[in-house]
Design a protein around this ligand. Structure first.
Ligand code: ZN
Length: 467
């Protein structure tokens, strides 16, 4: 590593850090949850506004920047595509709820060393840091052998249609580094299966069934409306209220990212457990509720016949993350599954269909999202990991994960940072708060500063070892 360059970068980052934090706040103020129902904006007006804001900022830094069909944006060196190294982030965010404690989700604040606001950590902070990285290279006259660019999309949290479109319409970069994960190098991502499991028959006493805000969040809240409440009592995490004929049963869990469902407490599981105590359930009602309950039992997907694991990526995980009723009154459980990299997602989906049929249910919607595998023997994997360990003083290995990043939609892609640096303990956040996808999403600013330096030196290393 070049110590002179390291010192130079440190000085530049220090001098521009406060300004960069202000820019992160500015873009967090745009409520860019992607949606598909606003004409003229592929992922909605707010996502388009975020893209334009990003392009304008790049322009202010004297960087070339452009929109890619209003789905993505790119800045930096925009020629010689096949030879490029691209840094990827996303500007869309997951939806919000009303349980934020310190501020409203799109009104970012600084609290101690934290920036609190939706998307600050995932992934607008890193997106702005990558843009500042390009600016730093430009202002300090740092040259790379490969053209270097920063790219952002606006449909990451939902369907990654942004980057699918990009990969179809633009030549592939030689190396894509996705800065939407944890250091060091993530070379493999589990496959993702999302499915809506519907009961074939209505559950007779269930008049309402709802939970969840996004496929990839273990829900904090689940609710059922029933017309017979005999045998039911509220409990620690389950409350009941009645308005005459109908009773509302509300379960409160602890949210978590669906790639790591055992970190949360699934509100749908709490609810189905409670509903199974009802007297007067018909056999078919019981069967459906027992199946939904079993699907959420233990996070392994055992009840769906998909339990599996491998050395590289660990266990397949399964979480019911949303619930609803169909128009004809049948309850639906949405599941989000992360399949170990060696599993064949289509084969798992077949097992799921079979298990659903055996339990009086059917799959009415299915989306399969194959994983990512970047050959770990390529030099960039070990070189970046080594450099990260040297700069952080940690001793980490390249890894595989259940999280899904753009890496799975791009050829020649790894995920790298900007998370994964140790943070001090804090009692600012209650359980289920403060993380990505959670209420009070918080970006720990001292780590962002370190991460930006690590990324800058890593980009130079990647430039050196990529042929
Ligand atoms: Zn993200």
């Amino acid at each position: 590593m070049d110590d002179r360059l390291k010192t130079l970068f440190e000085g530049w980052i220090d001098a521009h850090f406060d300004e960069m934090v202000e820019e992160i706040k500015n873009i967090v103020r745009i409520p860019s949850v992607s949606r598909y129902d606003e004409p003229g904006a592929p992922y909605g007006r707010e996502c388009l506004r975020a893209l334009r804001h990003y392009i304008a900022l790049a322009g202010r830094f004297g960087l070339d920047a452009r929109s890619v069909d209003d789905r993505c944006a790119e800045a930096g060196a925009l020629t010689d595509d096949e030879n490029a190294i691209a840094l990827w982030c996303h500007l869309d965010v997951v939806p919000v709820d009303d349980t934020w404690k310190y501020t409203r989700p799109f009104e970012p604040i600084i609290l101690g060393d934290y920036l609190i606001g939706r998307g600050g950590d995932d992934n607008k902070g890193p997106a702005i840091a990558c843009l500042y990285l390009l600016r730093m290279f430009k202002e300090l006259g740092v040259k790379t052998r490969h053209p270097l660019r920063a790219c952002v999309g606006t449909d990451e949290e939902k369907h990654m249609g942004d980057v699918k479109h990009y990969a179809l319409t633009r030549p592939t970069a030689k190396l894509n580094i996705v800065a939407d994960s944890g250091f060091p190098v993530c070379f493999a991502e589990k496959g993702i299966i999302e499915a809506d499991i519907a009961a074939k028959q209505p559950v007779s006493l269930l008049k309402g069934f709802s939970a969840g805000t996004a496929s990839n969040i273990v829900p904090a809240k689940a609710e059922a409306v029933i017309d017979i409440a005999e045998g039911l009592e509220g409990g620690e995490r389950v409350s009941m209220s009645s308005d005459g004929a109908l009773t509302r049963v509300t379960a409160s869990g602890i949210p978590a990212h669906s790639a790591n469902p055992s970190a949360g407490l699934n509100a749908i599981k709490l609810l189905t457990e409670k509903l199974l105590a009802l007297q007067g359930l018909t056999e078919s009602d019981r069967r459906t509720l027992e199946f939904f309950d079993a699907v959420n039992d233990g996070c392994s997907g055992d009840a769906l016949g998909i339990a599996s694991s491998d050395e590289v990526s660990g266990n397949t995980t399964c979480a019911g993350t949303m619930a609803r009723m169909t128009d004809d009154g049948r309850p639906v459980l949405h599941v989000n599954i992360r399949a170990c990299v060696s599993a064949d997602c289509n084969a798992l989906a077949e097992s799921m269909k079979q298990k659903c049929l055996e339990n009086g249910c059917e799959i009415i919607a299915l989306e399969i999202n194959e994983g990512n595998f970047f050959p770990p023997e390529k030099p960039v994997v070990n070189e970046l990991t080594k450099l990260f360990n040297e700069l952080s003083g940690l001793d980490k290995k390249p890894y595989a994960m259940g999280g899904g990043t753009y890496a799975r939609k791009l050829p020649n892609a790894i995920a790298y940072g900007l998370g994964g640096l140790p943070k001090p303990e804090t009692d600012l956040f209650e359980p289920g708060h403060g993380g990505a996808h959670q209420a009070d999403e918080a970006l720990y600013l001292p780590n962002l500063k370190k991460a930006m330096l690590i990324l800058a030196l890593s980009v130079l290393k990647a430039d050196e070892v990529t042929q």
